[in-house]
Write a protein that binds this ligand. Structure first.
Ligand SMILES: Cc1cc2nc3c(=O)[nH]c(=O)nc-3n(C[C@H](O)[C@H](O)[C@H](O)COP(=O)(O)O)c2cc1C
Length: 367
């Protein structure tokens, strides 16, 4: 895409109007290895691509003549009000996209009054993130490490910093096979650090420079009990794709789940998240909040996910594209575009507030 309009040797930036414009910008400006790392899906990338395609298969049933002169996009997650139902999913290594990294992400999400799930594998520390945006609403994404003491230390740190929930990622007993990362021998460059691990005992670096003593492939539901025994924070499980696991999550008393396939980076061949949502929402029957990530690229995607029962959705790659464009300001633009598109889609389908979004908006063939 031609982002610059060159006149008289000057480069006047053209407006980026949708998230795919930001994607294109990031592709053209990031190093190949960094772009490949962010874009990667597992194996043949079927699930990654289906996350997006699945939205195109869903059709809406708009209502008219409903006075949509005023619309309200606000909602709540875990009892906290946010400006609109799109947060930022945990993604690693933001300093690869923009020198300020997660600090910029924290400021942008604070400015747009939405939820930021900061990744364990951040290139700024949780302390730096909180200092940069003290009024931001944040959850912390956690892994259960082989060394449970390390996990407990992380929990204590984020509790003390005022993080509002723990998001336990459960779909990475092992890292998925991402072909381009293997071809590129992708590694976190030496000038960047996994700041949340600084000063902690680490074994030798393994995947991407991530400490090898981190992820524990033996984790099971008993570790949920363990986590509950060491914290009062709400626990949200990220990486649920079936009604069976959703029911177990309810039985184990967690406060929420994120329907996620890790952006198609783990198991290739699993369902698109929007296709998995309905059976999960039906199984949960309102007993906890159900969120979703994967493939959200437009405001009408957000509307469809909410209509099918998600309380809030999260964006992964698009946040990084915004950072790659202009750091905090770039991510603000990405979030603002999604906000505005969502509000427009709501109005065009006859919804004045998020409470009015329900399954009647979806053509029956998808239910
Ligand atoms: C580059 C990249 C890094 C990611 N890092 C993490 C991570 O550290 N922890 C985690 O739970 N999920 C991680 N994810 C998964 C995201 O949280 C999210 O599930 C996914 O990106 C959503 O799909 P989308 O990119 O299509 O929006 C990562 C995804 C990407 C693309």
């Amino acid at each position: 895409m031609n982002i610059c309009n060159r006149e008289g040797g000057r480069c006047a930036a053209m407006a980026l109007v949708c998230l795919t414009d930001f994607e294109q910008y990031a592709k053209e400006h990031l190093s190949k290895a960094t772009w490949d790392y962010y874009a990667a899906g597992a194996d043949e990338c079927c699930t990654r691509d289906d996350n997006l395609l699945a939205y195109k298969r869903i059709r809406l049933r708009p209502r008219v003549l409903r006075d949509v002169s005023v619309s309200d996009t606000r909602t709540t997650v875990q009892g906290a009000e946010i400006g609109f139902p799109v947060g930022v999913a945990p993604t690693a290594f933001h300093c690869l996209a923009w020198h300020e990294g997660e600090v910029a992400t924290a400021r942008a999400t604070e400015a747009l009054n939405t939820c930021y799930i900061s990744s364990t594998y951040s290139t700024c520390s949780v302390e730096e993130i909180v200092a940069a945006a003290p009024g931001g609403y944040r959850w912390f994404q956690l892994y259960v490490y082989r060394d449970r003491e390390l996990s407990e230390q992380m929990v204590r740190r984020v509790e003390a910093l005022g993080y509002r929930a723990l998001v336990l990622t459960v779909d990475v007993p092992f890292t998925g096979k991402r072909r381009d990362d293997i071809r590129n021998r992708f590694r976190l460059p030496p000038h960047l650090k996994l700041k949340n691990f600084e000063g902690l005992p680490q074994a030798a670096a393994e995947d991407y420079g991530i400490p090898s003593n981190t992820l524990d492939p033996s984790i099971s539901w008993k570790d949920i009990h363990w986590l509950q025994s060491i914290t009062q924070l709400p626990i949200i499980i990220k990486g649920i794709l079936t009604k069976e696991d959703a029911e177990l999550a309810v039985e184990h008393g967690v406060q929420g789940i994120i329907v996620s396939n890790h952006g198609g980076r783990q198991l290739d061949g699993g369902p698109a998240t929007i296709d998995a949502l309905t059976e999960i929402v039906d199984a949960v029957q309102g007993r906890m909040e159900v969120y979703l990530d994967g493939g959200i690229r437009t405001g009408s995607d957000v509307l469809k996910a909410l209509a099918l029962g998600a309380k809030c959705v999260f964006i992964g790659r698009p946040a990084v594209w915004g950072l790659a464009y202009k750091g905090e300001d770039g991510l603000r633009e990405v979030l603002q575009i999604l906000h505005d598109e969502f509000r427009l889609s709501m109005a065009l389908s006859g919804c004045r507030n998020v409470a009015e979004i329900n399954r009647n908006l979806i053509q029956c063939s998808k239910l």
